[in-house]
Ligand binder design. Sequence first.
Ligand SMILES: NC(=O)C1=CN([C@@H]2O[C@H](COP(=O)(O)OP(=O)(O)OC[C@H]3O[C@@H](n4cnc5c(N)ncnc54)[C@H](OP(=O)(O)O)[C@@H]3O)[C@@H](O)[C@H]2O)C=CC1
Ligand SMILES: O=C(O)[C@@H]1CCC=N1
Length: 404
Amino acid sequence: MQLFCLFIMEKLNKGGTTEARPFVLYWMRGLFVFHKGSFVKIVVFKRNYLRLIGAEVRDSCGSSGTGETPQAFTPRRLTARPAESEHLEGKSTTTHYLVNSNKVCESSLHKMAENSKEKGAGIMKKIAFIGAGSMAEAIISGLVTQQVIEPENIFVTNKSNDDRFVYLKDQYGVTATRSLQLLVKDADLVVLAVKPKDILETMQSIKEYIREEMLFISVVAGVHTTSLEGIANKRFSIVRAMPNTSAAVGKSATALAANCHTKDSQLQTAITLFETVGTVAVVEETQLDAVTGLSGSGPAYIYYLVEALEKSAEKIGLDSETAKQLILQTLMGAADMLQKSPKTPAVLRKEVTSPGGTTEAGLKALQAHQVEDAFIACVQEATEQSKRMGNQISKELAKYVVSQ
Ligand SMILES: NC(=O)C1=CN([C@@H]2O[C@H](COP(=O)(O)OP(=O)(O)OC[C@H]3O[C@@H](n4cnc5c(N)ncnc54)[C@H](OP(=O)(O)O)[C@@H]3O)[C@@H](O)[C@H]2O)C=CC1
Ligand SMILES: O=C(O)[C@@H]1CCC=N1
């Protein structure tokens, strides 16, 4: 079983670079904590590695500058190296996987990691969520658990689901409202968390409330910052985020990309927000489709694996409770090994595999069923879908703009 985890890790990493490894690992760990339902019991968070990973960052405005905006970042390859920080419960567990930002440097992020709770509380006096579904709840749950902001200062709205309002109020103490004016008024930060299909209607309804100084964060898969600006028919700061639902247990692997109107201070606010619910990577916007295919959708792949293992346990005659415990512990053990050992997933896998033994037999079955290809196809297809959704919305927007 441990082998299967290493196998998955290897396959999800395949075709990419070793840069993806800490990212993949972090969402795997998030899933395990979530699955175990033990988040609130965690007293000391595990040590995390701070890895600075290099990649080319392109200017989202198409030019470089010297101003305060992220487009001024000079592309610079950073050397990967680990550093560590430890956080007690109530503080954020923060691992930043920075992709080549010379402005958001290691030291400032490290400091933020230590102070995120206090800083978060200072920066974020009011957060407005547009959309009150799974993703909004995962982030809200993380913010409330981490005590980043008073729950009543988290405002949420949705389209029509009243039961959801009652649930979110009861569960987290947030303020639910359908008054967009009340929702967005004085909000430092607006988080857009509706489905891509609802983006046009939602943006049209809120565009009049968007202010220049406001930071607008969109978690909507595939939808470009230029599309959001186009629908609103104004220029404003947008940070696109791709978290995952493990935010609910403080273990999201989130990637952020800022548009060219976003100030450094605003990007840092976004980092602070998402570091309270997991790790943060700053990437260029074009990489977000890949992030979505890998770690945004990633929790589902692991849940699918666990479902399959549970079915297999039943077939080989293990009772479901015992199997559940064995599967979960094996996943968590493998994730810990992946995080703590300097060895690659392939080496760790080989260490489990005795020549002519049981593991080898199991692995051969996986190979015979082309599981590696299946995982590669899975991530590629999810990535392509993110691109397709973004392109479709861009096209719809173009029609909309023309008809104005
Ligand atoms: N789920 C995930 O794992 C992840 C999701 N995302 C992204 O997050 C976004 C939200 O996903 P998810 O939370 O799963 O979706 P849900 O369907 O769970 O939630 C969507 C929410 O949007 C609300 N909504 C729809 N139209 C409007 C409107 N016009 N004004 C205000 N609210 C509106 C819905 O309200 P009502 O219920 O009343 O219709 C609902 O609360 C998506 O764009 C997705 O791509 C990103 C990363 C991971
Ligand atoms: O399935 C989706 O489209 C969203 C985006 C990433 C995870 N869930």
